[in-house]
Write a protein of this length. Structure first.
Length: 64
């Protein structure tokens, strides 16, 4: 699957299928601190991602 990461911005290819939380762990990212987006849809940590998916990972940002 094609994975676009932000902060810092970079693109990588990852073999699937795997769950969103497995992808984050493989990239050493905290599940609670990142959003996984497939196309235009936010996916849950238990959803399966396939080799053909276009994935974007964004950090969760909060503020007041």
């Amino acid at each position: 699957m094609h994975v676009q990461l932000n902060h810092p911005s970079r693109s990588i290819e990852i073999k699937g299928p795997k769950r969103a939380k497995e992808l984050l762990r493989e990239l050493n990212l905290l599940v609670e601190a990142h959003l996984v987006i497939r196309g235009d849809e936010l996916v849950t940590e238990d959803e399966m991602l396939s080799d053909k998916d276009q994935i974007e990972i964004r950090p969760v940002i909060s503020g007041g």
